[in-house]
Design a protein around this ligand. Sequence first.
Ligand SMILES: Nc1nc2c(ncn2[C@@H]2O[C@H](COP(=O)(O)OP(=O)(O)OP(=O)(O)O)[C@@H](O)[C@H]2O)c(=O)[nH]1
Length: 644
Amino acid sequence: MLLEKAACSDRKNMAASLFRRVSQLKVYRRKIHSHSLSCAVFRHRWMKRLPVVSGSFRMFSTHTDKQETLDLSKFPADKIRNFCIIAHIDHGKSTLADRLLEMTGAIAKTEKNKQVLDKLQVERERGITVKAQTASLFYSHQGEQYLLNLIDTPGHVDFSYEVSRSISACQGVLLIVDANQGIQAQTVANFYLAFEAQLTIIPILNKIDLKNADPKRVESQIEKVFDIPRDDCIRISAKHGTNVEMVLQAVVNRIPPPAVSSDDPFRALVFDSNFDHYRGVVANIAVFGGRVRKGDKIVSAHLGKTYEVNEIGLLRPDEHPTQRLYAGQVGYIIAGMKDVKEAQIGDTLYLQEQPVKALPGFKPAKAMVFAGMYPMDQSEYPGLRSAIERLTLNDSSVTVQKDSSLALGAGWRLGFLGLLHMEVFNQRLEQEYNASVIVTAPTVPYKAVLSSAKLIKEHGSEEITIVNPAQFPDRSVVSEYLEPMVLGTILAPDAYTGKIMALCSNRRAIQKNMVYIDDQRVMMKYLFPLNEIVVDFYDLLKSLSSGYASFDYENAGYQAADLIKMDILLNGRSVEELITIVHRDRAYNTGKAMLQLMENYGGDITRKMKLLKRQAEGKKKMRRIGNVEVPKDAFINVLKRKDK
Ligand SMILES: Nc1nc2c(ncn2[C@@H]2O[C@H](COP(=O)(O)OP(=O)(O)OP(=O)(O)O)[C@@H](O)[C@H]2O)c(=O)[nH]1
């Protein structure tokens, strides 16, 4: 009863605070340049939120009206369920999360499909979620109150690092599968992440309201591919709310509570973090033991530094301060950390007076794609530097190194989790910071085993990693080159098998496996050299399968390869930014295709220059390289091939 009252007053406070913040937001909106968050976006931003830029973040963080109304001691571990929602892209994670929040009163009922309209610009254009989001729900079941912590995760392969981190804070997952599309590549990848972490998996068939939904067929797929009995599946329509109550019941009945105790010393895992200009780092934590409260002195196991806890609380889905957090709970902590690097993802926090062993943490995110980023004009260098710094504060998986080139001047070499990650980063630089950036051709991290004793001494090891093709060592000093490999999974209707096999073989891939998951759909596994899929493979796969094929991949180590460095000469001069590493067998065709595309650009340039002559702005879109003007997106476009 008391709890219900607390939850009710909590909801009122939330509503009042929401109203105040929406008013605040209107004022700030006018102040913040080039950012088009609407109030409606605010209501739903948790769902589709990107790692927010500090300028916009402050709108939601000046909480002067916070009250620590909730007493979380009422939720011992056996009344807690921590779960995340995983699925292939667009199968309905965020829509289901919306319904779960509405049904448990965490947010007001929304207009149908509102979230689609409410996405931020970059997500609206691309239709993707890139950042996991946490929300705590209060749910009453058979007279008992439960605290459910839900984590909504991104679907795209580039962001699967977000999924594995979220999984570490959970005991169960809702595996959503579209009842029309059936199992797709990311369904398989996400299933294995959860399976390997030994989480309870609840299969949910979504979109049963669709005319072409075939839940029976999809249940058979689930049984065949994942060995999960078909009776475990829950058929729902997240859009219409059909059977969503059954999902909440299954969360309570099937997912085990966290096996932790509040009597143990406090220790918490940092599984995500954001940066707020005013309050510093806001870290998302899962409490694996003990309890913590405001004023406690905590230590970061990674750095050994001590901090005082300024604020702790739940995310519902925005921050809601509480007096304490207890074992098994998931929430946020603010402790005066000034730099996001101080709240390293995977770090363990503990009380100063009760040192504990650090939790295992995570493997660091591994950059798979590297590219140079340069300002259009060197005078824009300081502005771009600050934009990159601010954007990376909220996305610690991007690696940044200073770099310079003869033609493009001073810039940076950045590492990303994949090409989409790189494109999203670039788009956000342009949209949110008004920065105009030249991105050089992306490359993957190659390795070389050195044979020259002098070089080995210089580098301090026999094996070196090369992230800038211009620095690719000559064969005369190398005994072996190695290239990164990935194990790719493709799911598609069998009518496209022939075309897909031809595409894969054209990309030097080796088939490892092929199975029918039902009478029409095939799952194929291929070992690919990463550089063969990085730029345009997915687009081609989609177009040759009329959009029906899906693709995902995981790291598969390194393999020896006959690689060469290819120089491109523009009007007789070598252009460092166009140097590419290619397999010897592919060198001629790749070079020819690049030159043809450059030629097309040549035509474009003449036409464009005429058009833009009178517009000073137009000049900005081009960059002089040697004695040729090159459009800023030329570097990546020349790598896009036309093979089918
Ligand atoms: N007909 C129907 N459409 C649905 C249902 N659930 C979701 N959708 C629609 O499917 C689309 C994708 O839904 P989202 O919830 O954004 O999917 P998601 O899995 O969160 O997507 P990402 O996070 O970007 O991977 C949207 O247009 C939804 O309105 C449903 O039950 N029925």
